[in-house]
Design a protein around this ligand. Structure first.
Ligand SMILES: [Zn+2]
Length: 255
């Protein structure tokens, strides 16, 4: 059994929760560190304090977003540890650090370069931003890919994990329940958007207002980019057609 603990980076916010979780997987004198987080002096100092006397075997990064990656090289260098992330690590690659062995799972959707890490002996998966401890993950156009995101959720479910260690908020003890909840949430949103397009064509901006209603103006851009990511999948699935700026339903003349 590995001992898993975290140091939370001081970058709280609407999308980062209390801050980014830097996970430490400890099974003896050698540890594996996942997602060093933002380039922040106090977070670096907090990590080094926590790891005093330990050897860092390897540093893993789930994806290259600015709240996960930037501190990695600076943290790893004095520990003489290597930083591993996609694409130099790919699906199925096994990384060892001391007695810890983790398998990389290529899980795009939130970002195109996203990896999760499976700690098979403990039935645990480090999920980065694919699944969070609270709320829902951002899957936004143009980087986000809803179809890939759903496949990545299925990939995790097939492994039947017991616990998830997310990139933000607390560990998730009911791993399978959370994966199912995330899947349901995405499909409900997709169904809602498709039903809306079927009621009447519209631009992405118009559809966003129809689907999300009276949203705070500051949240509108993110809502529209989420809606656009869903529209892209609906267009790819042949259910919606893009005509200039306007999105129209396909093959549903009866409404
Ligand atoms: Zn991210």
């Amino acid at each position: 059994m590995a001992f898993v603990s975290r140091v939370v980076a001081p970058n709280p916010g609407p999308y980062t929760g209390p801050g980014t979780n830097t996970w430490i997987v400890d099974a003896g004198p050698v540890v594996v560190v996942i997602d060093p987080g933002p380039d922040d002096d106090s977070h670096l100092a907090a990590l080094d304090r926590r790891l005093a006397g330990k050897t860092v075997g390897v540093v893993l990064v789930t994806h290259s977003h600015p709240d996960h990656l930037p501190l990695a090289e600076r943290f790893a260098r004095p520990h003489k540890a290597s930083v591993r992330r996609y694409p130099d690590l790919d699906d199925g690659d096994v990384v060892r650090g001391g007695n810890v062995s983790l398998t990389a799972l290529y899980t795009p959707g939130h970002s195109a370069d996203h990896l999760c890490f499976l700690l098979a002996d403990d039935g645990a998966i480090f999920t980065g931003d694919l699944i969070l401890g609270q709320g829902s993950s951002m899957v936004t156009y143009p980087e986000g890919d809803v179809a890939a995101y759903l496949r990545s959720l299925d990939r995790l479910a097939a492994l039947e994990p017991r616990v998830l260690f997310p990139g933000h908020w607390d560990p998730v003890p009911d791993a399978m329940g959370k994966i199912a909840e995330y899947r349901r949430h995405r499909l409900e949103r997709e169904g809602q958007i498709l039903a809306n397009v079927r009621r009447g064509e519209g631009t992405a901006g118009e559809l966003t207002r129809r689907v999300y209603g009276d949203l705070n103006e500051s949240l509108m851009p993110a809502a529209e980019m989420t809606l656009r990511a869903h529209l892209k999948k609906l267009v790819d699935d042949g259910l919606v057609r893009e005509d200039g700026e306007v999105f129209k339903a396909v093959g549903n003349l009866g409404g």
